[in-house]
Design a protein around this ligand. Structure first.
Ligand code: GLV
Length: 327
């Protein structure tokens, strides 16, 4: 019997590719070419599965042109590149890569918070420019982290990981806002208190965004929300580009309406709003929150296991639209 055909849309770990090749006829892309939507469509015309990395758009137009497609496996926990409704309507399964990246991403959220509050990159650039000639009492004085108030918007697994780091590692008072409130057990586990979004923005010293992207969460933080924050506060976005209005944030940073921001994700990335590149009080990283080799390999292998699980055994591990399985 011939093997099912799949496309691996981007370069991935050779060992993951090897695992996939044992089960599938694989069209790989180890040259890491970025396919245009039309190229992706053409390559998927005869494929039953696709391994995506979070940026390849799977929508109704593509699905209509790819009748053999049965599964799209994202090597990312976020899946805003999938039109899940259109996939369900076409009987195409979507899977993501949750859990394996939770603690690594929470580590990074905290790293970005620390770097932002304590002005790590700004002071390093100053040193590298050779401008450090003497000590002064307020040189790169930042914002306190320990004992401060940490406000988390989006209290899924990653948000909870950040809350635990803040509460137990840094003695922070943790408040959170989420679509739904956590159970009393989970709140106790994270030592976190539920508050309204406005109260969170007004009282947090550090606001961390971990909310999934959707039309409803677009510009969760824009000029009005930035206006509610303390002038000494920091804002950290490890969620998705588009959760923050980057143009409004650049203005707020330049005018010191908030103290600083740490951003791992951007509207229209890998492009970055030009005004963010010229304000000093922002730490910018290229969407690397889950980037340790161990975690990225676990994410790639989970995406591969979803392809193998579904196309070979009929049992995916982390389905996004299980209605497809019941049909
Ligand atoms: C990364 O942004 C992910 O969604 O896994």
């Amino acid at each position: 019997m011939s093997k099912p055909k799949i496309l691996v849309a981007r370069a991935i770990f050779p060992e993951t590719l090897e695992r996939l090749s044992a089960h599938f006829e694989v069209e790989a892309n180890q040259a890491d070419t970025l396919f245009t939507p039309d190229e992706l469509k053409a390559r998927l015309a005869d494929k039953q599965g696709v391994f995506t990395t979070g940026s390849e758009r799977i929508d109704a137009g593509l699905l209509a042109a790819c009748p053999a497609l049965k599964i799209c496996a994202n090597m990312a926990v976020g899946f805003n590149n999938f039109d899940v409704e259109a996939m369900t309507a076409r009987g195409v399964l979507g899977t993501n890569a949750p859990d394996v990246l939770t603690e690594t991403t929470a580590d990074f959220g905290f790293a970005l918070l620390m770097a932002t509050a304590r002005r790590v990159t700004e002071s390093e650039h100053y040193l590298r420019r050779g401008e450090w000639t003497r000590w002064s009492y307020d040189m790169f004085a930042g914002t306190e982290v320990h004992g401060s108030t940490l406000g988390i918007i989006g209290m899924g697994r990653i948000g909870q990981g950040i809350a635990r780091r803040g509460a137990f590692g840094f003695g922070m008072d943790v408040i959170y806002h989420n679509r739904s409130r956590l159970s009393p057990e989970l709140e106790a586990d994270c030592k976190a208190r539920y508050v309204g979004k406005e109260e969170l923005l007004r009282s947090a010293d550090h606001v961390v965004l971990v909310v999934p992207y959707s039309a409803a969460s677009h510009h969760t933080i824009g000029a009005p929300e930035l206006g509610l924050m303390k002038p000494t506060a920091t804002l950290i976005n490890i969620a998705r580009g588009g959760i923050v209005d980057d143009a409004a944030l650049a203005v707020a940073l330049r005018e010191r309406r908030i103290a600083a921001a740490g951003l791992d994700v951007f509207e229209g990335e890998p492009k970055v709003h030009p005004d963010l590149l010229t304000v000093p009080n922002v730490v910018l990283t290229p969407h690397i929150a889950s980037a340790t080799l161990k975690t990225r390999l676990a994410m790639a292998n989970l995406a591969a296991d979803n392809l193998i699980g579904y196309l070979v055994h009929g049992k995916p591990l982390t389905p996004l639209n299980p209605a497809v399985l019941a049909a």
